[in-house]
Design a protein around this ligand. Structure first.
Ligand SMILES: Nc1ncnc2c1ncn2[C@@H]1O[C@H](COP(=O)(O)OP(=O)(O)OP(=O)(O)O)[C@@H](O)[C@H]1O
Length: 225
């Protein structure tokens, strides 16, 4: 379970908070979409949840443990072990083949090479790219690269998957497929999924849609006008 309780963020001590009162509980296997106007602080909120920005009030708990007070080293470890990230610009390393790109999080956790290779292959199979393990990334389409990024984000079985506009670079058909894959895989590994998106279509595929406003998160009907 990931719990946000009354999170608040301000970039200057004398300024109005960008947001405050952000509370949310997400259970394992659940994928939540966060929408909201441009500049309202969606990416900043993801950064707070990942410990890349400090929050200025409230608390964050992961599996019953408070994590918002951790120091930089402890946060880095939590990110490496417990978090997976998917971004709009896939961030696949061009000089590594697909298998090595996917195995990267496991290497960073000192998991032995044979186990890492086997798990990377399994994840590539799961995203439909099992036969392409030795290909270089420049042979892949945008949709395929994003599937590699999903495999990499989930290969170490993270507790939390954070996705910031993960399908923003894809055409609508591809975007739908890739998102369905992301949500299914999050469910399968029992992670908590948080998807930031401007796309109602994308948001509608998740379990719950929330709108970020200055005063917190509000439930949001994406099928409405
Ligand atoms: N390090 C920073 N210092 C000061 N202001 C910042 C910093 N990072 C972001 N901001 C400001 O905080 C606000 C929220 O930015 P953020 O990127 O989180 O919004 P967003 O809702 O994700 O926007 P978009 O939908 O356009 O991506 C913006 O006004 C931005 O300029």
């Amino acid at each position: 379970m990931l719990l946000l309780h009354s999170l608040c963020k301000r970039f200057r001590p004398d300024a109005e908070p960008l947001f405050s009162g952000v509370s949310l509980a997400i259970k394992p296997g659940e994928c939540v979409a966060i929408m909201g106007e441009s500049g309202v602080g969606k990416s900043t909120l993801l950064n707070c949840i990942a410990g890349l920005e400090t929050s200025d009030g409230g608390r964050i708990e992961l599996e019953g443990q408070r994590i918002d007070m951790l120091d930089d080293d402890a946060w880095a470890l939590v990110r490496r072990k417990r978090y997976g990230f998917v971004f709009q610009a896939f961030h696949i390393l061009p000089h590594l083949n697909l298998a090595d790109n996917v195995a990267l999080p496991l290497w960073l956790l000192d998991i032995d090479t044979a186990t890492a290779r086997a798990r990377a292959q399994k994840m590539l199979d799961a995203v439909g790219l099992g036969g392409r393990a030795l290909d270089a990334p420049n042979k892949l389409s945008g949709g395929e690269l994003q599937r590699v990024a999903i495999a990499r984000a989930l290969v170490h079985r993270p507790a939390v998957v954070l996705a910031d506009e993960p399908t923003g670079n894809l055409d609508p058909d591809r975007a739908g497929e890739v998102l369905a894959l992301l949500i299914d895989t999050v469910r399968e590994v029992g992670a908590v999924g948080i998807l930031v998106t401007h796309s109602r279509l994308a948001a509608a595929q998740t379990d719950r849609v929330l709108q970020l406003r200055r005063d917190g998160l509000h439930s949001f009907d994406v099928t409405g006008a």
